[in-house]
Ligand binder design. Sequence first.
Ligand SMILES: [Fe+2]
Ligand SMILES: [Fe+2]
Length: 278
Amino acid sequence: MARLVNDNLEIPTIPDVASTALRQMNDPEVSGAQLAKTISQDQGLTAKVLKVANSALYALPREVKNLQQAAMVLGFTTLKSIVISASCRSIYKRFGMLERNLWSHSVCCAMGSHLLAQQLDLKHRDEAFVAGLMHDVGKVVMNNGARDQYKEVMRISKEEGVSSIEAEQRIFGFTHADVGSVLVQRWELTPALEQAVFLHHDPELAESVAGEFMEIVYTTTISDRVCHHLGLCLPNSEPDTGLEEDMVTSALGLDGASLATFAEEVKDMYERDNSSFA
Ligand SMILES: [Fe+2]
Ligand SMILES: [Fe+2]
């Protein structure tokens, strides 16, 4: 599958500065000052990191004014998520209506995954935000590299009322979940992220395929579903499956009522904070 994707599409590489910063953050010897020096080489990345660090998502008591402070207050794990998020935004080649909708949907899903993982105190909660943000990154790559074909995907999806996955499979022979997981591998991100992106439309396979990463797949799937229910999605790209209890919600101990409450919380959070990710 990876070969098929690579033969047909150009998978963007992670920006150099972000890649160096992520590598540095894996080194326990690296200081906040060294990291700040690396990130500051990219002005756009610096601005985005500071904007997100100061968003309501992290609810810091005081405004963070520079990168070194951000590294100290947020810690490397959170900072990593912010650097990856900013890199994801940078792969959008254009930013028309379709891309804007896709980005809004991704931000909503990221906020929802983060909130859910926090509320349930899940193991991979630090990666949940990035998983939400990246779950549909394959759509961006497909639309960047094969715009006409992707328009056809959306036409089929709208006119026949089928999911994007089904339409993509018909047109490309692979799906945005396949493309997204290839990108996550290329960027050398974590297996938890790879599984979340790869299986967000096939959560029933999570137990056997994703093993210990099963919960992050479920979190991403539920948050994606909630964002569609809230109307934050590409127009007609996926059907609204409602907020009823199913295998995935019960696996996380949620029912219809708690899911409805969660959807309200995601809506409030998105309305309050989405401008930090613009
Ligand atoms: Fe998707
Ligand atoms: Fe989605």
